[in-house]
Design a protein around this ligand. Structure first.
Ligand code: HDE
Length: 762
């Protein structure tokens, strides 16, 4: 959606609505029961018949939104403050006096304003939006109707937009670490459904490192900074992680994903999401099928390259956070399809892996993903702390129709998330914080605890009771009461790992086989970096001989050659011999034909060719790209025909790594100036090195010639328009339309892996 979309304008107006005199944000009050909603109540109630829509959560949040515009400064207790710069003293130069309540309150608030960061997934960002099921989704031959499978209205009622809040995160780094580190990304969505909150707390990779929750503290201790010196930050590239990994063959499949470009997402909006575990869908008759949840981004799944990410650590360390914020603020609403893989117990028995083992995926070649709805994120938070920091997810938050499997990792999570919130919030009432509240009414006998917000009326806080007519009453399944799937379970208590969890290499090999050659090279390069940082040679050896050589002999050999290890002579004893591939695993097969939201840098200086710039800008913006003018200094730049443009960024504050593509328009004076400057050349060389599309028009080609791009044909020798490996050049203004078309195609491809940019010293 672009800013021209009428619905976008409407929402934009709503967002910018003038605050009212009492500090209200101006959003319309549309509570179903018409009364003023207190923080404990909501826009929906049983009587209201569940009128949930995409604004239901916002209407609830409006009750606690505060806006200081035009207001006087007050203390926390509402007393107006006359001076907030000078503490109260005994005499002009005397000591501060204890009775200065404003000083004490201000300082106490400050002293206590940080809360413990999440033990994992500390760094992240989030946005509001909605989820809407598709009408009559295609579920293949076996199932006609989504309602046959689940009674969860959030997944079945296509007339309803359920409000959501989604938080994306890195896993290992602390709250202040960089966004573009090599890591798994969290993808957690809270659905504020009319039946209570459903949290789908997933990752951007479908397998996981370990099979049992019991191993999680060890995994996290191994990957976090080492306990003696607190290093390294936000990185797996150190001895303790690879020591742990090399002794845990079950980790192999996940390691393949973590070494791949999946661990370097270009943007949160260009990232898949996965529920990871097998869950259950349960219908009205209490029947169940297994399900895997998939989020598929509309813009495709794209990655950064390693060199680029390391530069971004310094130049734009909020790269992914800013990316999400900027596109939503600029009027583009990122969108994902929710897909399901559905299989029953009999099918599950047939697979050559256990569906309860979270180190396994269900390959799409076995069970296709069926899109059943879409999620749109369309509003940035008003306050980072109140919303992003305080949102608290819990995989145990499910609604009727969605249930758990016996995956031992999932089972352990059902304890951990509830528990961790006690640490983060210091008490059990974290569910009352506005961002965590359901939009449904809540009635139970919990009454107290730190920071209780709700004022529960009445004498009774127990069941059974006769004094209060035994309210609140339990609900039957027909009335919406949650009933767990009645799975038959019978077994001896046993502390063991099922044999069906024992194959650690088949799917790791499937992943390797499914990669294109450049993707394989990325994995090998990543292993060289990660294991190259490992000081103990025996750890490097175990990774190569015990794990990688059981995935693929050639892979193990290529890794060994870069890290000072003797390449293995034979494939490992456990190496599967299958040559199966699953095309859905390669990101190269996830590149839809769109350039929406891509950021394009136009390099110019005074004396640029007006026509080039205006044509480029309008054509690229029409395709949904975001065009930014980059010049040596900020301010207005003039073209040859007298047009002027404003530089969005100047060289000291801009870098090619923050852009998806570069274009250099013609104009002799402009290009001559840039040829005297190092930065534009650095821009071009670096973008080329990072496989990005680059383009030049007319005189602009001279800048490319200066950079000496290896083995690339440029327009000039007889050809007016040349497109070679994502380098598009044109010398004839008559070909401008064709040039733009070629450039747009090159941008849509995202990266041009066919290049060999090693010689480029950027
Ligand atoms: Fe988490 N995980 N996790 N995890 N996880 C947390 O909960 C945990 C796992 C995931 O944006 C913590 O509130 C255990 C798998 C996301 O706020 C904590 C195990 C998947 C987020 C926790 C796992 C995830 C978390 C830290 C193994 C993908 C961030 C703070 C048994 C399906 C949510 C918090 C947000 C956060 C525990 C494994 C995803 C400590 C014990 C598998 C996206 O409770």
């Amino acid at each position: 959606m672009t800013a021209d979309d009428p619905t976008e304008h409407d929402r934009e107006q709503d967002r910018n609505a003038e605050p009212t005199a009492d500090g209200d944000s101006g959003r319309e009050e549309t509570r179903a029961d018409g009364s003023g909603a207190g923080p404990g109540s909501t826009g929906t109630s049983d009587d209201a018949g569940g009128q949930v829509d995409e604004n239901s959560k916002h209407e609830q949040l409006d009750e606690v939104r505060e806006n200081p515009e035009g207001e006087k400064l007050t203390t926390d207790h509402g007393v107006k403050v006359s001076d907030t710069d000078n503490s109260l003293k005994a005499g002009e130069r005397g000591p501060t006096i204890m009775e200065d309540f404003h000083f004490r309150e201000k300082m106490t608030q400050f002293d206590h304003e940080s809360i413990p960061e999440r033990v994992v997934h500390a760094r992240g960002t989030g946005a509001h939006g909605y989820f809407q099921p598709y009408d009559d989704p295609d579920l293949g031959d076996e199932y006609d109707d989504i309602e046959e499978l689940t009674k969860a209205k959030v997944l079945t009622d296509s007339d309803q937009k359920t409000p959501v809040f989604t938080r994306f995160s890195t896993v290992v780094g602390s709250r202040g670490s960089s966004d573009t580190v090599r890591d798994v990304r969290g993808f957690a969505t809270k659905f504020y459904t009319e039946e209570g909150n459903w949290d789908l707390v997933g990752n951007n990779m479908p397998p996981f490192f370990i099979q049992d929750a019991m191993e999680f503290p060890d995994l996290v201790h191994a990957i976090k900074p080492e306990p003696d010196d607190g290093m390294p930050q936000a990185s797996a590239a150190h001895d303790t992680f690879w020591d742990f990994a090399s002794l845990k063959p079950e980790i192999t499949h996940m390691i393949m994903w973590v070494l791949s470009g999946r661990a370097l997402p270009r943007a949160y909006r260009m990232m898949q999401g996965f529920g990871v575990h097998t869950f259950r869908l349960v219908n009205d008759d209490g029947e169940s099928v297994f399900v895997k949840f998939h989020w598929t981004p509309k813009l495709g799944t794209h990655q950064l390259v390693w060199d680029e990410t390391t530069k971004l650590w310094g130049k734009e360390s909020d790269f992914n956070r800013k990316g999400l914020y900027d596109v939503i603020e600029e009027g583009y609403d990122p969108e994902w399809e929710l897909g399901v893989q559905i299989f029953d117990e009999e099918q599950a028995e047939e697979f050559d892996f256990d569906v309860l083992d979270p180190t396994k995926i269900v390959p799409e070649t076995e069970v296709p993903v069926r899109p059943i709805g879409k999620m749109v994120l369309n509003e940035t938070p008003d306050n980072f702390f109140a919303e992003v920091e305080q949102v608290a997810f819990h995989p145990g938050n499910v609604v009727p129709g969605i249930d758990f499997s016996n995956d031992p990792l999932l089972q352990g999570r059902l304890f951990s998330y509830q528990d961790t919130q006690l640490n983060r919030f210091g008490g059990a009432n974290w569910d009352e914080i506005p961002i965590n509240r359901p939009i449904t009414e809540r009635h139970n006998n919990q009454r107290a605890g730190f920071m209780r917000q709700e004022i529960n009326e009445g004498k009774v806080s127990y069941k059974p009771n006769s004094i209060g007519d035994d309210d609140p009453q339990e609900a039957s399944a027909e009335e919406g009461g949650y009933e767990h799937y009645a799975e038959k379970v019978d077994g001896k208590k046993i502390r063991n790992r099922s044999d069906s969890f024992g194959d650690h290499f088949t799917q790791a090999r499937l992943f390797w086989n499914s990669m294109s050659e450049p993707e394989k090279q990325n994995i090998v390069d990543a292993a060289h970096f990660e294991l190259g940082k490992v000081e103990r040679v025996e750890i490097r050896e175990r990774m190569v001989y015990d794990l990688f050589n059981n995935v693929d002999h050639e892979f193990a050999t290529r890794v060994a050659e870069g890290i000072g290890i003797e390449p293995p002579e034979e494939p490992g004893d456990e190496m599967p011999t299958h040559d199966r591939e699953d095309p859905s695993l390669s990101m190269e097969n996830r590149t839809p034909d769109t350039i929406e939201t891509r950021k394009i840098a136009v390099l110019l200086d005074d004396g640029f060719d007006d026509e080039h710039v205006s044509e480029l800008r309008s054509a690229l913006e029409e395709e949904g790209a975001r065009v930014k003018i980059i010049s040596k200094v900020l301010g207005e730049k003039s073209g040859t025909e007298g047009e002027t443009v404003e530089a969005d960024k100047h060289h000291v504050a801009a870098a090619s790594v923050a852009f998806d593509a570069i274009v250099v328009p013609g104009g002799e004076q402009s290009v001559d100036a840039m040829r005297q400057q190092g930065d534009p050349k650095q821009f071009v060389a670096e973008a080329f090195k990072h496989y990005k599309p680059i383009a030049a028009l007319g005189d602009g080609i001279e800048l490319f010639e200066d950079v000496e791009l290896p083995d690339v044909d440029l327009a000039g020798d007889g050809d007016d328009l040349v497109s070679d490996q994502g380098v598009v050049t044109c010398r004839d203004d008559g070909e401008l339309d064709a040039f733009v078309e070629e450039f747009v195609d090159a941008i849509a491809q995202h990266r041009h892996w066919g290049r060999d940019p090693k010689e480029v010293p950027a």
